[in-house]
Design a protein around this ligand. Structure first.
Ligand code: 1OR
Ligand code: 1OR
Length: 311
């Protein structure tokens, strides 16, 4: 076995009649966990986008395959240029993302007590694209390369088939190459919202971006003058439907959410996390900025002035 494990894993039977590739014959890896560990692991994995398109059975195999990793301040979990060994989900801790720019390591972002990293080298068989360093003591859950490949990378082929046609018709992504659009599909998560469900809340910290796949969303803003007697009443300022995006403003401007967004009817959205957004949608930012500059005009048209909405 080419993979190293911090604790000896138990191997369970791996036969799955639906599978058709060589790595299906790799034994299924199970790292036994206490109830308490499993609960913490499930919490940490709840919002991991890469797991959002797995079925129940695949997700539980992923959980079985994960092992706990405790890290110390300044520890490098990943070094840029290395071969990929594991994928990591963050349970707690703050981690710097460091990229060599002209030979000098620059901190280009952070993970703050949530998220995941280390998928790129495993997905594309490339050297590690960044260094990840713990800022403080922390806890991670690792998933070995072979299991990641068997469960996540194989699922990507299905994801590409499922979302290719849709992604092709998203106006924002028109300027990207096909291969770049497919890399977006590889890392998107899919979320379904109930009628009336709040997707994001004005004033919250932002860590992802959305594209509507089906259904519709309503964008609401707290207006001081329109609020009347009731205090913080929300007014509708826009809607988004299939192919349109929202949640970019906070990421582009590095500010809290400027509005709240609610599902109208059952609504399906593709979700992209902020690191993937920075990495893959950099070239789309100009288009977003142009559209953002229109927001202010629309605001004036709607309310006569934009001042009452500013905090
Ligand atoms: P990996 O297997 O290449 C390093 O190992 C990980 O850092 C990588 O997977 C991603 O999960 C994570 N560019 C490349 N990798 C990044 C980036 C990133 N951010 C996080 N990772 N950029 C920063 C975006 C904020 C672009 C930098 C130019
Ligand atoms: P966000 O990350 O700030 C809320 O989270 C999202 O609502 C925001 O990104 C935008 O995608 C969207 N017009 C259209 N869409 C808006 C507006 C807006 N504000 C936020 N979003 N404005 C003009 C109103 C006619 C308000 C500008 C402040």
């Amino acid at each position: 076995d080419k993979t190293c494990f911090p604790t000896p894993p138990v191997c369970a039977e791996a036969y799955n009649p639906d599978d058709d590739e060589d790595d299906d014959f790799e034994p299924r890896v199970v790292h036994p966990k206490s109830d308490e560990q499993r609960r913490r692991l499930q919490d940490a994995c709840r919002d991991i986008l890469l797991f959002k398109t797995l079925d129940q059975e695949q997700f539980s195999e992923v959980l079985d395959g994960m092992f706990e990793v405790l890290v110390k301040p300044q520890e490098h979990i990943i070094d840029q240029g290395d071969d990929g060994d594991n994928f990591y989900v963050i349970e707690r801790g703050v981690y710097d993302i460091i990229v060599l720019i002209d030979g000098v390591g620059k901190c280009v972002g952070k993970y703050d007590n949530k998220g995941s990293f280390g998928e790129l080298a495993l997905m594309y068989n490339t050297p590690r694209a960044a260094t990840i360093m713990a800022n403080q003591e922390g806890a991670l859950w690792g998933l070995d390369r072979a299991t990641f490949h068997r469960l996540i990378v194989k699922n990507n082929a299905k994801k590409r088939k499922m979302y290719e046609a849709f992604i092709e018709c998203v106006p924002l992504l028109k300027s990207l190459e096909l291969s770049e659009r497919m890399k977006i599909v590889d890392v998107v998560g899919m979320r379904v919202f109930r009628d009336g469900e709040c997707i994001l809340t004005q004033g919250d910290k932002a860590d992802c971006f959305y594209i509507v796949e089906s259904g519709e969303v309503k964008i609401m803003i707290i207006s001081k003058t329109k609020a009347g007697q009731q205090g913080n009443a929300e007014v509708e300022i826009a809607r988004c439907s299939r192919g349109q995006y929202f949640g970019e403003l906070a990421l582009v401007a590095n500010k809290p959410r400027a509005a709240s967004v609610y599902a109208m009817g059952v609504t399906k959205c593709l979700v992209i996390d902020i690191q993937a957004f920075e990495r893959l949608l950099g070239s789309c930012k100009e288009i977003m900025k142009r559209n953002i500059s229109q927001y202010e005009n629309q605001l004036v048209a709607l309310f006569g002035s934009s001042v009452d909405l500013k905090h």
